[in-house]
Design a protein around this ligand. Structure first.
Ligand SMILES: [Zn+2]
Length: 289
């Protein structure tokens, strides 16, 4: 099972989130038939989603939408405080082979925006939008945390793929300076940038996420929480039936008489729901009320 760690480091002046979402990424690959470049962008965005989800509490949830006007189009990820994530890209069959390192930029594009929508269970959703500056997700989210959340952060992400197009590793880390951070903490973290730039290799080498934390912070850290994380979509046939009902009685009768069935596909997880004549009649009955 994929894991996420919440950590306090440097005498509790720095907060760290680190996640390995390799299995989660492979589940997304299986569900959406993602090609590696598309899977890399979605896997990394889900890593960020999971880490930002871990910053929430209770039933709070968030959505990340990124559109860089690149080959994959829109990237959409939902996550929550329970370690659950789901996501999709507009076009899943995207792969570039000979452009190592620049892969994500080519795939995602860099002319667009990042939307983060938080559902903090208040009256209104909290939305913040920033322009996409580079198309490099780690750099753009570093910018997001500084600009939208006023939290100086370091973000590093990594992914590697096998010849069979499955993810070998995917994951990332967010290191945030707390208000009591010292100048020397910044200097210290700057001295670790070379380690952080090798996230893909680190995830491949170390199965245990804490070993990566040790490389960065030696023994000056403590694990606050270890979470299981996974791809999970809460969609059900009943929930989509509510959506079908909103089409109205007339259109539903049309579907019933002409097609005698309806199929709905969940964008987020690729699950297909089939409604036969009996199901459609039930839904129409509900609309009448
Ligand atoms: Zn679903």
């Amino acid at each position: 099972m994929d894991k996420l760690l919440k950590i306090l480091a440097l005498d509790e002046r720095v907060r760290v989130y680190i996640v390995n979402d390799t299995e989660t990424t492979n589940e997304a690959i299986r569900r959406h038939d993602l090609w590696p470049s598309a899977a890399s962008v979605l896997g990394k965005t889900m890593a960020i989603g999971l880490m930002m989800g871990a910053m929430l509490k209770g039933d709070e949830a968030l959505t990340i939408k990124i559109d860089g006007n690149g080959p994959i189009g829109m990237v959409c990820v939902d996550s929550n405080a329970k370690g659950e994530v789901r996501g999709y890209v507009e076009r899943s069959h995207v792969n570039f082979t000979n452009k190592k390192g620049l892969d994500d930029v080519y795939t995602l594009g860099y002319n667009g925006y990042i939307d983060v929508i938080k559902d903090l269970k208040l009256k209104d959703l909290f939305t913040s939008t920033i322009p996409l500056e580079t198309g490099d997700l780690a750099k753009d989210f570093t910018y997001y945390f500084a600009k939208s959340e006023q939290t100086p952060s370091l973000v590093a992400l990594g992914s590697l793929f096998d010849v069979d197009n499955k993810a070998k590793v995917c994951g990332g880390i967010i290191i945030q300076l707390l208000p009591n951070a010292l100048d020397e903490d910044i200097t210290y973290l700057e001295s670790k940038l070379n380690i952080l730039s090798k996230m893909s290799e680190l995830l491949k080498t170390y199965n245990n996420l804490e070993d990566i934390i040790k490389l960065i912070f030696n023994d000056d850290y403590k694990v606050i929480e270890t979470m299981d994380v996974a791809f999970k979509c809460p969609c059900t046939k009943d929930k989509f039936a509510i959506g079908l009902a909103s089409l109205g009685k007339e259109q539903l009768l049309d579907i019933l008489n002409v097609d005698k069935k309806a199929e709905v596909v969940c964008h987020y997880c690729g699950e297909k729901y089939l409604y036969d004549e009996k199901d459609l009649q039930e839904i129409i009955k509900g609309v009448k009320k």
